[in-house]
Ligand binder design. Structure first.
Ligand code: SF4
Length: 286
């Protein structure tokens, strides 16, 4: 489990200190800052009212959802919609339409999408669906931020599946996946101690994994690797679905991680952050 979350541990790009710039993506378009009004009634992270550490953590998480306050029902706060190559699953290398939703309740130390914490545009499900269909690829991924923080993502995913799309959902592992349409392939993160967010893992999500789903672990150091390897072994995750280990950019070299995987004899896959190899590591919309 990760360290207890406190106000002082907040990532620099928190709600109160959002990134000030948003550059256009390589393809597709980025959205402008959204405007919102009354509170969203379907809050998936509604805080409890006690005073323990868990309640403090939930309160911090809840505060980070402020960009969603007042979003009209039936809409989504969208950061960007664009085409690129899928890079973080067994679908890696295939052209894919990405729908990146705004906000995340977590603040992983290695996060490369802090611009999606607060910036976005409110769009109707019809408008998002139309853009995804127009971009044309058979593969569509919902990502973020954390896409499951907006309940309207569920009817959108179902509609895309109805249209014959292969729908991927990339989720932090910090939100319950039970309501996800059975046709959607879930790429589930397990947050390690090195991420700073291991305390947010919803462990029951692992019980729901199917062969069509995938697990992803971003490894920050050797301690993370050993921690994650123990979970994979104990829960036999590698027998249930593909499991990917990825090196946190700038913390662990992929070569080092490859050696740890070989040494462990665990049948997990080394995942390279393809978009950081193909394009500038700081590029957006790729
Ligand atoms: S869950 Fe994803 S989007 Fe959220 S902070 Fe972590 S890496 Fe960033």
């Amino acid at each position: 489990m990760g360290p207890a979350l406190s106000e002082s541990s907040l990532h620099p790009y928190d709600w109160d200190d959002p990134p000030s710039r948003l550059t256009a993506p390589r393809s597709g378009r980025a959205m402008s800052s959204g405007t919102v009004s009354p509170a969203n009634a379907d809050d998936p992270l509604a805080p409890t009212t006690g005073h323990g550490p868990l309640d403090s953590m939930k309160a911090v998480h809840h505060r980070r959802l402020r960009p969603l306050e007042g979003k009209p029902p039936g809409t989504l706060l969208v950061h960007e919609i664009y085409r690129s190559l899928q890079g973080e699953s067994t679908f890696a290398g295939l052209p894919c339409v990405f729908i990146r939703l705004t906000t995340c309740h977590l603040r992983c130390g290695y996060c490369d999408t802090p611009h999606a914490f607060t910036q976005g545009e409110i769009l109707s499900l019809d408008a998002i669906f139309a853009q995804a269909i127009e971009l044309g690829d058979d593969l569509v991924e919902l990502t973020g931020g954390e896409p499951l923080l907006q309940p309207e993502v569920h009817p959108l995913m179902s509609r895309l599946a109805d249209a014959g799309k292969t729908v991927l959902l990339e989720t932090s592992g910090g939100v319950d996946t039970a309501p996800v349409d059975a046709r959607v392939r879930i790429i589930l993160d397990i947050k390690t101690p090195g991420s700073g967010e291991a305390g947010a893992n919803v462990w029951s999500n692992l019980d729901r994994l199917r062969p069509m789903d995938e697990v992803k672990v971003v490894v920050c150091d050797r301690r993370d690797f050993d921690w994650a390897a123990a979970i994979v072994r104990e829960r036999e995750l590698h027998r249930r679905c593909p499991v990917h280990f990825s090196a946190a950019f700038g913390s662990v070299s992929p070569t080092e991680l490859a050696e740890w995987i070989l040494e462990s004899r665990l049948p997990v896959r080394l995942q390279l952050q393809q978009h950081k190899i193909l394009w500038d590591p700081s590029a957006r919309g790729v």
